[in-house]
Design a protein around this ligand. Sequence first.
Ligand code: GUN
Ligand code: FE
Length: 426
Amino acid sequence: MAGDKNFVLKGNICYSEDAKNLKLVEAGWLVCREGLCAGVFETLPEEYASYPVTDCGDQIITPGLVDLHVHAPQYAFRGLGMDLELLDWLNTNTFPEESKYRDLEYAKRAYGIFADSMRSSATTRACIFATIHNQATELLMDLMEETGLKTMIGKVNMDRNSPEYLCEESAEQSAADTVKWLEDTADQYENVRPILTPRFIPSCTDELMRKLKEVQKKYDLPVQSHLSENQGEIAWVQELCPESRFYGDAYDQFGLFGGDVKTIMAHCVSSTEEEIELMRERGVYVAHCPESNTNLSSGVAPVRTYLDKGVNVGLGSDVAGGSKESIFYAMAHAVQVSKLRWRLQDTSLKPLTVEEAFYLGTMGGGSFFGKVGSFMEGYEFDALILDDSDIRHPQPLSLKERLERFIYLSDERHIKGKIVAGNRIF
Ligand code: GUN
Ligand code: FE
């Protein structure tokens, strides 16, 4: 299959057509034509008879998963220090760890581990925060390029309210370093794209935000940041930006909130009605990070509302707020926390179904990358080959049941094949 983007996979195929409709085709034929999905068929059409076929037997084939929000430098302390809320967690655990990426030797070791884990995970596309450090960010881009995953990676901007060891000197310096990073990495990669990454409003001065808007326009960049994650954070933003009507408005004032600017906002746990309406209007993507929101006691985002209102939403692992990079795990978490929200907070918002969680982790986030996250015709061919044969059960299960169980019970050892845009990763 290597180097050739015309081929067929045969197996038990599962993919979303939209948030409600999960398609299941047993012993089906999935055709890749020039790196794009040509369709899923019950019998192989004559026109593809010459394509090489990989028979996946009884294995499950799904689209690759999409992580809309992950912090590469935080991978090193995943699973540690979960007893704090956001702002204390940042100061106590996160900022000291991120400052280590000034040291390229450390960055090489830590980012090497991150890149290896991402490669063997179910993730085929990801939007990644690096740190403020240019050189380490470039190193991360080099390492991610080699994995074959399609990623967007951002050098982080922070010029205020940050410890001296992790604070850029000035807005000018931060913007100038960003431009240098963009120039140094331009046209270097096939799989990696830059994404503008102001950390969040509390760590970026107005002057920096204005400068970043200029950079965004000049280089036509997408943007990623954090929004309405935690009550203390939201109150702080209101103090810092007294003119803003709500947190998202503080980004919008600088032209960094959707519209022409492809934008991901992580969390949106406590977004107001006005904020949600602006996100919908502007096509802002919500990166829903259920495990992180649990670990940092942030709360539960109203994903049902986002789906009902037509706000773009996908899943994020948010390592190291989240402990694991697995987006299957994030799907299970999304269902679980939606049940707690329904039971404890708002009985009018029904919990998510497995179909909806699967959609969020594939098509929901995938659309940020274009036609990604489904096997409908014309989608980029990102696929996983999954072996659940050792997740034993005394009776035969339906394909839908096998997929549901896989979401809850699998780990990366069950992922036997991964294809990104028609290229076989393993
Ligand atoms: N808000 C600002 N920075 C961060 C971060 O690193 N993680 C999370 N979860 N929220 C943030
Ligand atoms: Fe985050």
